[in-house]
Write a protein that binds this ligand. Structure first.
Ligand code: SF4
Length: 590
């Protein structure tokens, strides 16, 4: 293993062992990794053992110098140049490689650090076989991850896998068309934070404040609870301390009132005792969390004279769910979401865009579970534009109906691309559906089954003439509006596209084209399995990092699979044909 010590002062130095650069501002020394490209006997033996299981370790060993080439290492080093403070970092390329292996095995930070000392596969890939110490500390590893995220280096690493696919000749890029066939899809990701009911959410938010105040004042928690007038939070369980019959609505309302009044007492005490700390993090954030939970989950109790302007007393738990309701104290971004009408989940939706020709994942996105899919298309589009240096060479976009209103769809159409997607289903119970009306997009007219025609504008709801509908013999089959009101039909903004999609779904060839998007579901399943059903981290951005890492590992496995197939094909082509006894006999006979 070569490690070049790059002390950032003389930026002309650099690429041979012992050369050094020094940054005039920071004077920081950054190790550059120059991994060995020859194999020791021990490495050969380890690689032999990786033929069946955990094969990606072998791929990482073989291609580490290509993944972490000079360009990538310079980008990683650049993450440190602006800081100008702190200790000299551990070689960033090796930490990034460890982060990839962590995602591959799905282990914790602590275990990943330990594996750098006890696992020969990790040591082989990190070029430190025989090390008797951990390669870096857990704190340095966590800090490195946050630095990667801040500098969007997770996206750079995902893009690197696409560049690697080209240079490794896993795919014959000369034969692949330059335009892209991209498919986008999403799957649910359960959040890492605990989802709690209103009483526990309020108590949890209150406890965070109490703990923070106890830290600031160096007091025990119990003393803060006593002095701030919130003895409920000194108990191990707030429901146990309240001791009400939770199935009784009156008892429950009383319990909520008691808790809310004690929380108000806590806030008033902090305002009085710690006014300066209240205006800055971390106390400010904890108090804002409590206010957010109270605002979303409580409403004035009209039965007890509750006043909307005073949420401290006479409040009850809100009927229905507040829009964008926070469901966890520890993870502020988690939200309620739906897999289907009946299946709910709490957390995030993870999205990816796969190139259907090469099979590589090109871009990823992460959204809270309650956000519509179309919101994820924006960051995916930005990543694609970044990847293709300002271009969006998408000629075929395969999407789920939920993405159809995304600006990406308009942009692909504007550039002459095609959208392949199932159309919205027109349903109207037993009555005529929209599909029974003739829509002329060019003339902007709609004709009903009784041959009455109305003009329309896109994105509006039109109403047929009430006099026509009142007299119509088909009225019972068409509308249940009262007399004097005509049948209404909504015209979508993208009605023209919907009409084309309806035509597509009605032909066998069109349905075959719709099925072409199935590989994105396979990629989603593979990357999803790598990331797991439950989030490893808290927050949208941290989980996006994890999702990009799972996706890039999926890409590396795809490249490895193609290289293995190509090697097997090359071997078969060059192998001597085996002597065929039967043919020899025939030749002799002739
Ligand atoms: S009820 Fe009105 S819209 Fe419906 S078929 Fe009759 S005239 Fe047409």
């Amino acid at each position: 293993m070569w490690i070049i010590s790059i002390t950032c002062e003389d930026t002309t130095g650099g690429d041979r062992p012992g050369e050094a650069r020094r940054d005039l501002l920071s004077g920081m020394t950054i190790e550059r990794w120059v991994p060995s490209q020859t194999y020791t006997r021990q490495e050969t033996a380890i690689l032999k053992s990786l033929r069946r299981t955990r094969k990606l370790f072998a791929f990482l060993r073989d291609h580490r110098h290509e993944i972490f080439d000079d360009e990538m290492q310079s980008a990683l080093e650049a993450m440190y140049r602006n800081t100008g403070a702190g200790k000299d970092p551990v070689c960033p390329a090796r930490m990034a490689m460890a982060a990839l292996m962590q995602g591959y095995l799905g282990v914790s930070d602590a275990e990943a650090v330990q594996l750098t000392m006890v696992d020969l596969r990790w040591q082989m890939v990190l070029d430190c076989l025989g090390n008797t110490e951990e390669a870096f500390s857990q704190g340095a590893f966590q800090e490195f991850r946050q630095r990667l995220i801040r500098h969007d280096m997770d996206r750079a690493l995902l893009e690197k896998t696409i560049a690697l696919a080209r240079t490794s000749e896993a795919f014959d890029y000369r034969k692949l068309p330059k335009d892209l066939r991209i498919a986008i899809d999403s799957s649910p990701l359960e959040g890492a934070g605990r989802v709690e009911d209103t009483v526990n959410l309020l108590a949890h938010a209150g406890r965070k404040i109490v703990d923070c105040v106890a830290d600031l004042l160096s007091w025990p928690r119990e003393r803060v609870c006593t002095e701030a007038g919130i003895p409920l939070l000194a108990a191990s369980s707030v429901k146990k301390a309240l001791d009400y019959t939770w199935s009784d609505p009156a008892d429950k309302a009383e319990a909520v009132s008691v808790l809310v009044s004690q929380l108000a007492s806590l806030e008033a005490w902090i305002r009085d005792r710690l006014p300066h700390e209240l205006a800055r993090p971390p106390l400010q954030e904890h108090v804002e969390t409590l206010r957010q939970v109270m605002a979303q989950d409580l409403e004035p109790d009209p039965t007890r004279g509750g006043d909307r302007s005073d949420k401290t007393t006479a409040v009850c738990i809100r009927q229905g769910v507040a829009p964008d309701r926070r469901v966890s104290i520890e993870d502020k971004d988690m939200r309620h979401g739906r897999k289907s009408k009946s299946k709910r989940f709490n957390g995030y939706k993870r999205h990816l865009a796969r190139d259907l020709r090469s099979g590589l994942i090109l871009a990823c996105a992460m959204t809270p579970a309650n956000r519509p899919e179309e919101e994820a298309a924006d960051p995916i589009e930005q990543d694609l534009v970044h990847l293709f240096e300002g271009e969006l060479p998408v000629t075929n976009l395969y999407i789920d109906r939920a993405y159809i209103n995304a600006p990406l769809v308009d942009h692909v159409l504007e550039h002459g691309g095609e959208i392949i997607c199932r159309p919205w289903q027109a349903r109207n119970g037993e009555l005529f559906s929209k599909a029974d009306f003739k829509i002329n997009v060019r003339d902007r007219t709609i004709t009903c089954p009784a041959n009455k025609t109305q003009p329309f504008d896109f994105g509006t709801t039109i109403e047929f003439e009430p006099e026509d509908c009142d007299r119509c013999r088909l009225r019972d089959q068409c509308t249940d509006a009262s007399l004097g009101h005509g049948r209404t039909v909504s015209i979508a903004d993208n009605e023209q596209l919907q009409k084309r999609l309806r035509r597509l779904a009605h032909t066998p060839a069109g349905r075959a084209r719709l099925r072409e998007r199935v590989p994105v579901e396979h990629a989603l399943a593979r990357a999803g399995r790598r990331q797991g059903r439950r989030a490893r981290y808290r927050g949208v951005r941290n989980n996006l990092y994890d999702w990009r890492r799972a996706s890039l590992l999926t890409n590396l496995e795809e490249i490895q699979r193609h290289l293995t197939l190509a090697a097997a094909a090359a071997l078969a082509a060059t192998a001597k044909p085996r002597r065929c006894t039967g043919l020899t006999v025939l030749r002799n006979a002739a």
